[in-house]
Design a protein around this ligand. Sequence first.
Ligand SMILES: *[C@@H]1O[C@H](CO)[C@@H](O)[C@H](O)[C@H]1NC(C)=O
Ligand SMILES: *[C@@H]1O[C@H](CO)[C@@H](O)[C@H](O)[C@H]1NC(C)=O
Ligand SMILES: *[C@@H]1O[C@H](CO)[C@@H](O)[C@H](O)[C@H]1NC(C)=O
Ligand SMILES: *[C@@H]1O[C@H](CO)[C@@H](O)[C@H](O)[C@H]1NC(C)=O
Length: 399
Amino acid sequence: MGSVLATSCVFVLIFIHVATLSALLPSCPLECLCLSQTQVLCNSGGLQEIPLKLLPPTVEHLSLTRNDFPIIKSDSFAGLRFLKKLSLDGNNISLIKPFAFRGLPRLRDLSIQHTPLETVSPFAFAGLQNISAIFLSYNKIKKVESYAFAGTINLKQLVLAHNPLLKLESNAFTGMTEIDRITLPSGIRTLEADCFNGLDTLGHLQLAFMDLRHLKGGIFRGLTNVNYLSIQESDLGNIEGDAFNDMTFVRNLNILNNKIDSIQWLNFTWEQHVGHLRFQGNHILEIPRAETLLVEVEKLTVIQNHFPCDCHVHSLLDGPLANGSMIHFVSKNYCISPLEVNGLPMSSIDIDSIGRCQEEVTRGNLEASKDSSSSAQRLSTFCSYLNLMLYFLKLLRIT
Ligand SMILES: *[C@@H]1O[C@H](CO)[C@@H](O)[C@H](O)[C@H]1NC(C)=O
Ligand SMILES: *[C@@H]1O[C@H](CO)[C@@H](O)[C@H](O)[C@H]1NC(C)=O
Ligand SMILES: *[C@@H]1O[C@H](CO)[C@@H](O)[C@H](O)[C@H]1NC(C)=O
Ligand SMILES: *[C@@H]1O[C@H](CO)[C@@H](O)[C@H](O)[C@H]1NC(C)=O
């Protein structure tokens, strides 16, 4: 008797419970599991449309992974005013229409990963005023078009890792005024001028494994308040004159482990307020001329680089990269050429035995004739001649 009563009580309880649930959740799409009125899972449901009308309007966490949405249309989620977290991973998404996520004032986290998406089109994420993180890894993104993220004023983190991204278009990140960290994939070949424009405050940006033909002017325009910018493990090609002109207030600028064909100019002025410039582990194929280097930064570290140990090495050691500390510089940097000294520390070779370049000698000579009263200068000119003769002698011996 007692047990019968207990069993019916349980039935009644279950009945009441189901009744309450269905009252609270008047609808739950068939393909979904509504764990509560705030948490809905529609994973692997074979959905081809977003079941907006059937979702509880109170939903805060919505997962729509591994369905079959080919397109995220404009206003696809309009009305889900409480949504905080949305996952669309593993869908067959090929297009996100402009303003796809409009009407989600509380959305903080958005994940669209493992999809065939190739292009992030203009205004795709526009209007997500409260978004904090967007995860776009493991897609097929080749292109981030201008203004894709317009209006994402609270975005802190953008992850674009593991995409075949070749080009960053100008204004690609415009609108992220508070961004802390952008993670980019490797293999970028083109950075358009103004591609970082509009990033008023940037915490951390690492540009790695790029394959560029040149670092041109205007690329860094608009970077006006950066805590940490690192350009590393990349082929930078030629660093052109005004490449760094437009960046200001960069606390840490790292140029690490790159291959650099030539440096046309390297200009950092006090007005730019560059804190610590770390130039480390780079292979530089051509020594920049001393008069094209202006390195007005608070702190400078130039170590573990490989430079040609040719006749231009003297102007390198006298120039701003060595900053008056030749002994320190030669003990911390290496020769890349000529072949027989490749990889040796500069301090292990006799720098004085390397002749000065002819143009330097000629210039030195001209300067000396302007001020012939200085015997020291005459001596150095004499030494230069001697060096030059030694150089020619060496040449003769080689050929
Ligand atoms: C994905 O979408 C494309 C077109 O957008 C379609 O051709 C393809 O068959 C779809 N794949 C799957 C697995 O649904
Ligand atoms: C944005 O998010 C914060 C923190 O979660 C919240 O306090 C604020 O109300 C949100 N803004 C809107 C418009 O919902
Ligand atoms: C680099 O700075 C010097 C001195 O301020 C200036 O004369 C020169 O034009 C600058 N070069 C470039 C390419 O901006
Ligand atoms: C260059 O050397 C001078 C003198 O040793 C030093 O005061 C200055 O801080 C150095 N500059 C940089 C950028 O390290």
